[in-house]
Design a protein around this ligand. Structure first.
Ligand code: AR6
Length: 168
């Protein structure tokens, strides 16, 4: 599994799946979630509503999949990161779950390329260095038959610097 760093907007990435840093309502929000729903159009929200009607809210650390509407990707995998509250062990485990469960879901769909944003490091205020370390380690430790490439999409300069160092 190759890893790559891209600075920019995840809605522009033509990967098989892009990951959304959603909230447990699955009904959209700000940050990358807002950008994905805006660019992807109403198809994504409609499918999120169907998932909610079927299984209720999405718990922190879990992941669900929809199609990608008008985006260049094929699928959007929505995962819910932890809100940082200073409980490092508990929050780290939940963030690790986000990456693991998203990768597992991608694997079950036979996906080859997948792009992650820096989950929880915006509105949810997870410390960026720790989040980056968890993201990179979890991806590098994941054994996959189908996934060939994981792209870390950094939107802000801080995360770009952190990921550059981690991936070197
Ligand atoms: N492409 C890639 N990354 C982005 C983009 C983009 N277009 N826009 C922002 N980021 P955040 P969270 C980066 O706040 O912290 C929403 O309201 C951003 O710089 O999007 O997990 C949800 O509905 C940051 O590094 O997500 C939830 O309520 C990273 O994406 C809540 O925010 C994550 O920032 C989730 O908070």
């Amino acid at each position: 599994m190759k890893t790559e760093l891209i600075k920019g907007d995840i809605t522009k990435i033509p990967a098989d799946a892009i990951i959304n840093a959603a909230n447990s309502s699955l009904l959209g929000g700000g940050g990358v979630d807002g950008a994905i729903h805006r660019a992807g159009g109403k198809q994504i929200l409609e499918e999120c509503i169907q998932i909610r009607n079927r299984q209720g809210k999405c718990k922190t650390g879990q992941a669900v999949v929809t199609s990608a509407g008008n985006l260049p990707a094929k699928y959007v995998i929505h995962t819910v990161g932890p809100v940082w509250n200073g409980e490092e062990d508990k929050s780290s485990k939940l963030l690790e779950d986000c990456y693991k469960n998203s990768l597992q879901l991608a694997e079950s769909l036979g996906i080859k390329t997948i792009a992650f944003p820096d989950i929880s490091t915006g509105i949810y205020k997870f410390p960026k260095e720790l989040a980056g370390k968890i993201a990179v380690e979890t991806v590098q430790n994941f054994q996959s038959d189908s996934i060939e490439k994981v792209i870390f999409v950094c939107f802000d300069d801080d995360n770009e610097k952190i990921y550059k160092k981690l991936l070197d």
